[in-house]
Design a protein around this ligand. Structure first.
Ligand SMILES: [Fe+2]
Length: 193
């Protein structure tokens, strides 16, 4: 494809990322997941419900994004993911996790702050966990679902993510099938089982 044939070309741009706060001040999309959005994801659903009562529905994680529009092959999408610290029972806070709608698309997560794991799985039953700390880059290959887990205990897990513009998000399959492993704190130790 020549430059003239590429559809919907855009001009170069630059964006500020607040590395300390884990935000993108000029963001145009702000995805907010509250505790109530996480029903069905944790092993101990009663512990999750105990967080949600009356007006209480604490923040779980956020995604800050400025989409590159249209979301098409050849472009790159990017975002900041900010996952709060905490546990549901003895299971560490995590994101819902997803495959990409266009499943043969990869993603890069660069951890900016905090600590935890990137938990990954394939539909064929493989599972992997990569430790994340400031400066760690995790490469999520095509066909691997991915979810971040905050094991730091006291600070948000903040990552910068980059993925193909046409990748999309498939949450439904993970909502239905879950991950084969979870990450818990047992006797003060991080346990993946
Ligand atoms: Fe992704």
């Amino acid at each position: 494809m020549t430059p003239g044939e590429y559809p919907n070309p855009i001009d170069p741009f630059a964006v500020l990322i607040d590395l300390e706060k884990g935000t993108m001040p000029e963001h145009t999309n702000h995805l907010v997941r509250l505790a109530s959005d996480m029903r069905g994801y944790y092993a101990d659903s009663r512990a999750l419900e105990s967080l949600i009562s009356g007006d209480a529905d604490p923040l779980h994680y956020e995604v800050f994004e400025i989409p590159v529009i249209p979301e098409q092959a050849g472009q790159l999408m990017y975002c900041i993911s900010k996952l709060q610290p905490g546990k549901i029972g003895d299971e560490f806070f995590m994101t819902k996790g997803h495959y990409h709608t266009v499943a043969d698309t990869a993603e890069i997560y660069l951890c900016l702050k905090g600590g935890g794991y990137m938990l990954m799985k394939t539909a064929g039953g493989k599972c992997a966990a990569e430790k994340m700390a400031r400066g760690t880059m995790v490469y999520v290959p095509p066909f691997w679902a991915h979810r971040s887990v905050n094991t730091s205990g006291d600070e948000p897990l903040i990552s910068f993510c980059v993925y193909p513009g046409n990748a999309g998000h498939n949450y439904g399959d993970i909502e239905a099938e879950g991950f084969p492993k979870r990450i818990f704190e047992r006797d003060g130790k991080i346990v993946i089982e």
